[in-house]
Design a protein around this ligand. Sequence first.
Ligand SMILES: [Zn+2]
Length: 73
Amino acid sequence: MINVVLIKMSLKTKATHTANADGSYTVFINDRLCYFEQKEAYRHEIAHILNNDLYNEDYADAKEWRLKYEKAD
Ligand SMILES: [Zn+2]
């Protein structure tokens, strides 16, 4: 299960996510973004979840690079 929460964040952060103790995830999306940016930020976080990025040891920059340049869609 994936919970989605819109919250006010610094404009430097579009979204983030966390794993919950029950095995679900919560995606936090910056409520200052427009609808389309929120949608893209959600897709970005889902890609991180599908890649198990919370659990691999790559540096954060490597994870961002992979999502940006190795997108299948
Ligand atoms: Zn990311």
